[in-house]
Design a protein around this ligand. Structure first.
Ligand code: FAD
Length: 445
């Protein structure tokens, strides 16, 4: 195992995606040498597809982690502020629901490919970080810490060993799959019956945004929905969440006429904005949506998991990447505090696991909210009341959504606080109602 001048061990990170590259930057700052192995080609050598890259909602937890490696301002500069949800009713009516009290409580739409490139470039500026692209991890011997990679360009097998390995290889993690072979490793994956398909609304002929630029657009339709996030080039990436099977599903739409008719009925305002709609629908892939839970997240002092590799969530709170970035913050803090790596890994897992389990549940709940409830009058009324309460009593009442997106309160703590607040509000409303009834009775007597 190689040692750096500061005698800190070399860390091997599997996966140079969002969490892997950010973690490498953080480790380099702490004096480690970090070797990143990634199965895909170097993003710096590929031209970025304009307007076709999917985008992600970045919020406070992610921004904090980016700030710690000095990259937040650069990323925010290339993002688009989304101040709230724009709800598109079936009759074409649009209603804007702000996320919070002002622009400090807004989401940022970032391009996934663009962000990954910014992170790779930031990591490459560190002399102690080394990239090995087109190296696909195919195995890990936990006993010796030996990783096996297939080098896609040389068509050869490469073996490297380390006492400190981070599995940041995403939802279908190879590193995790090796841990799964160990005794008493818990693993659970739950697929939604819904999948997703992306479509693009291109910029107008004059380069203008064809929908409100500073909003996350939602077309709630009961059992399914579509959303759209703005891109820097004035396009929007739409994501349709719809069941895979059944009479009303991806499987049911087979011809261009079926697709056109479905969109005309459900999303009439979108049809003129995507001239190649039926073609794109038939050619763009349909992706699955999965929640992954596992435990433990580490193996002794040798291997630890990060991001989607240990806790993939469905994307309805826009928190997967933000939570993965927050993992990097917490793991770095634990490593800085504890000289004993096993204890640092265990502390990281203890600090994160409960909260990521809560996030997984909240994400599924938010799916129901986005597809079923955001369009209802009662929902809109409740949102308005909660934002008003937050404005009037910003310290006492903070809506759950605000805590998740715009604070760094751990997810399970946020949920507990939201339940306490709602209980108190219910108590006050009931007391006021009883007082009113008593008053009316006294007055009428
Ligand atoms: P990844 O970003 O997946 O990175 C893993 C890396 O490992 C990849 O580069 C991959 O190529 C590499 N890799 C995989 N296997 C191997 C191997 N065997 N060997 C070597 N390398 C390997 N999150 C948000 O915060 N906001 C959002 O708005 C949001 N929207 C989403 C929308 C959709 C439709 C989906 C599906 C997800 C969304 N997410 C969102 C979640 C977010 O994409 C993930 O949580 C985030 O990418 C996790 O980062 P990661 O680094 O753990 O994994």
């Amino acid at each position: 195992m190689a040692e750096t001048a500061s005698s800190k061990p070399t860390v091997i990170l599997v996966g140079a995606g969002l969490a892997g590259t950010l973690m490498a930057c953080s480790l380099a700052r702490a004096g480690h040498r970090a070797d990143l192995y990634e199965k895909r080609p170097d993003p710096r050598s590929r031209p970025q597809e304009q307007g076709r890259s999917i985008n992600l909602a970045l919020s406070v937890r992610g921004i904090h982690a980016l700030r710690e490696i000095g990259l937040a301002e650069e990323v925010l500069k290339s993002s688009i502020l989304m101040r709230g949800r724009m709800i598109h009713a079936a009759n074409g009516e649009q209603t804007f629901q702000p996320y919070g009290k002002d622009d400090s409580q807004a989401l940022h739409s970032v391009s996934r490919a663009g962000l990954n490139l910014q992170l790779v470039e930031a990591a490459a500026r560190q002399p102690s970080i080394h990239f090995y692209f087109e190296h696909k991890c195919t195995g890990l011997d936990l006993r010796t810490g030996t990783l096996e990679f297939h080098n896609n360009t040389a068509h050869s097998t490469v073996r490297v060993a380390s006492d400190f390995i981070i599995g940041a290889d995403g939802v279908y993690s190879t590193v995790r799959s090796q841990l799964q072979k160990q005794e008493r490793f818990n693993y659970r994956q739950d697929y939604l019956s819904h999948g997703y398909k992306e479509l693009t609304i291109l910029a107008g002929p004059d380069g203008a945004f064809r929908l409100e630029k500073h909003a996350l657009h939602i077309w709630p339709r009961g059992s399914f929905m579509m959303i759209a996030l703005p891109n820097q080039d004035a396009s929007f990436t739409c994501t349709l969440f719809w069941p895979f099977e059944g009479p009303n599903s991806f499987a049911a739409l087979q011809t261009e006429d079926d697709i056109q008719a479905f969109f005309q009925e459900q999303f009439p305002d979108v049809v003129p904005l995507i001239p190649t709609l039926a073609h794109d629908f038939l050619h763009n892939p349909t992706g699955p949506l999965v929640t992954i839970r596992c435990q433990p997240w580490h193996w002794g002092e040798r291997v630890v998991l990060l991001g989607d590799a240990c806790h993939a969530v469905v994307p309805f709170l826009g928190q997967g990447m933000n939570a993965a970035f927050e993992d990097c913050t917490v793991l770095s803090e634990c490593l800085a505090r504890q000289a004993d790596r096993r204890a640092a890994f265990a502390a990281y897992e203890t600090l994160r696991k409960e909260h990521l389990d809560t996030l997984a549940d909240l994400c599924i709940d938010n799916f129901l909210e986005m597809r079923d409830r955001v369009g209802s009058r009662l929902f809109v009324f409740r949102k308005k009341v909660s934002i008003l309460l937050h404005r009037l009593f910003p310290r006492w009442y903070v809506p759950l959504y605000v805590m998740i997106e715009f604070t760094r309160i751990p997810y399970a703590d946020a949920l507990r606080r939201a339940r306490r607040q709602d209980g108190a509000v219910r108590g006050i409303v009931v007391s006021l109602f009883i007082a009113l009834v008593v008053l009316v009775v006294l007055l009428t007597r």
